[in-house]
Ligand binder design. Structure first.
Ligand code: OGA
Ligand code: MN
Length: 208
């Protein structure tokens, strides 16, 4: 990444994500949020966890819903759209800007979104899956933002994206965002044996 031109404005970052999605089925952009903001969001996540507010994530929706640590082992906390927390408000603002940009440039008709913090204990994982539920087709695009400082290849915890014949690997480095289609791109979170893996994952939705 270091010898590429770094996109600076929000719009340049959005373009990079959209071009990636169109050209290679996924977009990836580093420095999507500045380091101080990533650090603050990480501290928020850890504080929610300390306060006992994070809960084991489930699999499926409505009647299909079950907690199943053989499939996924993360604990989550949903972010309020009207968040009073300043960093979460800034986070939501940029997501809404991205949705506006996407709708204006790609006619995507996104009209809703949802995001949660995710904490993967060491050795937990999320097996290969699609993000769109069979019982609710609302989720159109997946976005994951990573909160892990100084992540090393030897830490594990990569995201595998299964694209055609290829498997692409993304390291969950602080400030990096990944963008792909929720109904199309199968993916998997690998275990990190030594350290917890922190992120914010979310979906851009079409409800009508
Ligand atoms: C998810 C997911 C990917 C990641 O939460 O559905 O696939 O890299 N997350 O954390
Ligand atoms: Mn997923």
């Amino acid at each position: 990444m270091s010898n590429e031109i770094r996109p600076v404005t929000d719009e340049q970052q959005f373009e990079l994500l959209i071009e990636g999605l169109i050209g290679q089925e996924y977009g990836c952009c580093d420095h999507f949020f500045p380091p101080d903001m990533i650090q603050g969001l990480r501290e928020n996540l850890l504080a929610y966890r300390e306060a006992g507010l994070m809960h084991p994530a489930g699999v499926g929706k409505k009647f299909d819903y079950q907690k199943n640590t053989a499939i996924r082992g993360d604990a989550i906390y949903w972010i309020d759209k009207d968040a009073q927390n300043e960093l979460e408000a800034r986070f939501i603002q940029k997501i809404e800007h991205f949705i506006q940009y996407l709708n204006a440039s790609c006619y995507t008709n996104i009209d809703d979104y949802e995001f949660h913090y995710a904490y993967y204990e060491p050795n937990s994982f999320y097996r290969r899956h699609l993000d769109q539920f069979k019982s609710d087709r609302g989720r159109q695009y997946s976005l994951v933002i990573y909160l892990n400082d100084n992540w090393q290849a030897t830490d594990g915890g990569s995201l595998s994206l299964y694209i055609g014949e290829n498997t692409l690997s993304v390291s969950p480095e602080a400030g990096r965002v990944v963008f792909f289609k929720s109904d199309q791109t199968e993916h998997e979170v690998h275990a990190a044996p030594q350290r917890p893996r922190l992120s914010i994952a979310g979906w851009l939705k079409r409800t009508s």
